[in-house]
Ligand binder design. Structure first.
Ligand SMILES: Nc1nc2c(ncn2[C@@H]2O[C@H](COP(=O)(O)OP(=O)(O)O)[C@@H](O)[C@H]2O)c(=O)[nH]1
Ligand SMILES: [Mg+2]
Length: 194
């Protein structure tokens, strides 16, 4: 009874995110305080405890069906920048989360994102850049976030089919994890490339 309820719930959320029948490893990256853990909890929807501690204090993991989600805090020095790759080779998708209400750390986020985008080890991996906390006063708009991140000319489109995407897929999305708003779209977008 419990098992079948659990199974159908997991199936529902994966179907909603376009991830049912998909297999893959997705990483949520971003500076600390961006909202990665909150997003992971939203996916879990506080209903199950598959949310396990990992090898690092700054990392978390959740498995739903055939999909593994891992979070890593970035920021600081080069060593921190590389650490997630050592533990998590062969990722299939990257969700880069930014606190769009935190103007003071926008440049730090941009540096991390640029390092990620020029990292040869993940050169073909789709990146969803997600501006979180749009509910907060002073939050950047999608256009402003693109400018701040240097992505004005890099986005490949929200509706581009995988076969029509000539370069590495990159797209910007806006959300409020707190208000349960907008975080489905970037995950559905990533799912289309799995
Ligand atoms: N206002 C607002 N706060 C958020 C949102 N998402 C996360 N937070 C808050 O931001 C803080 C950091 O979130 P957390 O998930 O721990 O960030 P992490 O360090 O990236 O894992 C917490 O206090 C969250 O409650 C959001 O959409 N809006
Ligand atoms: Mg966290």
């Amino acid at each position: 009874m419990f098992v079948s309820w659990m199974y159908s719930w997991i199936n529902d959320i994966l179907t909603y995110l376009g991830l049912a029948q998909k297999k893959g490893k997705l990483v949520f990256l971003g500076l600390d305080n961006a909202g990665k853990t909150s997003l992971l909890y939203r996916l879990r929807d506080d209903k199950m405890s598959a949310h396990v501690p990992t090898h690092l204090p700054t990392s978390e993991e959740l498995s739903l069906g055939g999909v593994r989600f891992l979070t890593y805090d970035l920021g600081g020095h080069e060593q921190v920048r590389r650490v997630w790759r050592e533990y998590t080779p062969a990722v299939d998708g990257i969700v880069f989360i930014i606190d769009v209400a935190c103007h003071a750390r926008m440049e730090e986020a941009r540096v991390e994102l640029q390092a990620l985008m020029t990292d040869e080890n993940v050169a073909h991996v789709p990146i969803a850049v997600v501006g979180n906390k749009i509910d907060k006063a002073g939050a950047l708009s999608e256009e402003q976030l693109k400018w701040s991140m240097g992505l004005q000319h890099q986005c490949t489109g929200k509706d581009t089919q995988p076969q029509d995407c000539p370069s590495r897929p990159v797209e910007v999305f806006m959300c409020s994890v707190l208000q349960r708003q907008g975080y489905g779209a970037p995950l559905k977008w990533i799912a289309s490339f799995l």
